[in-house]
Design a protein around this ligand. Structure first.
Ligand code: ADP
Length: 346
């Protein structure tokens, strides 16, 4: 009896130990998975990681060509001339379009594998989008929140909150049809920024067509949500905005990365140069048919009706002499981000 009891209690103890080991292993496994999951989600803290991203459309146009960059910026400016591939990039990053090759991770999530998760955590404002013209501003925001999974009650509450927060209270009951183009854009942006759970917003040329006051309002909405931890990618042609508002710039041209830097650091690359705008382009074209006498000029951006010369601060006096000798009017000024943009993309 005793021996039997002893044996069975040993079995029980062994069994319990095995269970404990299994439970411990399971706990470790869960812990490991959770850690990996956390690292995958937020651990890297990257906003965007693009690796060899390539998009070739059906008509053989290569819109993105092996584009590789990563950023932790809170506000990223994606810039480049028309046709550079900005919209294609935004559509791929938000899962609307599949790349031909390469990988893109947004907030640490591989867009190809975690599209459902991505869609919960980001929002997109495409180019040329307008709110439903029959809805009021308030209804538009409520409907947007409902499409994102909010209950009617929660959507109403959050819509009121957001319109107050973004100073759009006075437009609350206005039908979208009656809004100006700029106001419509603001309403679309406000809705995109409204969901609490949104961690990143992609805005494709959001400020095109906004007057200066609406532009300021737009950046006000953005900076409120950025302070709360929302990341923003904005494509724009407004270099002044990029200089003032954007934390980091990614410049692309013909689908390739041209440069990635903070706007102040881009400008500092030009600190030893000055820009000369030629005020009489026709005369300039006639006098300088061959440009050998302009050897001190580092680069000429000639857009036909507007010519800008980039010259080192050490060498510009020689150039002034030549221009004065030919009585060509010009203006001297510091190089701006717009000039930096033209330097690389013209
Ligand atoms: P950006 O936004 O910088 O102006 P896009 O991404 O719109 O550039 O376009 C990049 C290139 O891809 C352009 O040459 C454009 O004509 C081409 N493109 C864009 N969308 C399509 C499409 N759906 N089918 C074929 N070519 C396209």
């Amino acid at each position: 009896m005793e021996t039997g009891n002893h044996k069975s209690s040993r079995k029980v103890r062994l069994g319990m130990r095995r269970e404990a080991v299994v439970a411990e292993n399971l706990e470790n496994e869960v812990h490991h998975i959770k850690r990996r999951e956390r690292e995958r989600m937020v651990g890297s803290n990257y906003f965007i990681e693009a690796i060899g991203l390539t998009k070739i459309y059906d008509n053989s146009i290569i819109a993105l060509n092996n584009l590789t960059f990563s950023t932790k910026a809170r506000i990223l400016g994606l810039i480049g001339p028309n046709g550079a591939g900005k919209t294609t990039f935004v559509r791929i990053a938000t899962g609307l379009l599949k790349p031909t090759r390469g990988t893109i991770r947004v907030l640490g999530i591989d867009v190809a594998k975690g599209l459902k998760e991505i869609k919960k955590r980001i929002s997109l404002v495409p180019q040329d989008v307008s709110p439903d013209s029959r809805a009021t501003v308030y209804e538009h925001v409520v409907c947007y929140l409902i499409t994102r999974g909010y209950s009617i009650g929660d959507a109403r509450k959050r819509a009121r909150e957001v319109l107050d927060l973004f100073d759009l209270r006075s437009l609350r009951n206005t039908t979208c049809l009656r809004l100006s183009g700029g106001q419509r854009k603001l309403v679309i942006v406000a809705a995109a920024l409204a969901p609490y759970e949104v961690e990143a917003v992609f805005l494709d040329e959001p400020t095109t067509g906004l007057d200066p006051a609406n532009r300021i309002r737009f950046w006000g909405l953005i900076s409120r949500r950025v302070k709360e931890g929302v990341r923003v990618l904005v494509t724009t042609h407004e270099m002044e905005e990029v200089e003032e508002r954007v934390e980091e710039v990614v410049m692309i041209n013909r689908g390739r990365l041209v440069l990635q830097d903070r706007s102040q650091d881009i400008l500092s690359l030009f600190k030893d140069k000055i820009c000369l705008d030629i005020l009489e382009p026709n005369k300039f074209h006639n006098v300088f048919k061959d440009r050998t006498s302009l050897h001190s000029v580092e680069k000429i951006v000639d857009l036909g009706t507007a010519i800008t010369m980039y010259v080192s601060k050490d060498a510009y006096e020689h150039l002034l002499d030549i221009l004065c000798r030919h009585s060509i009017e010009f203006k001297i000024r510091r190089c701006t981000l717009k000039n930096a943009f033209l330097w690389w993309t013209s």
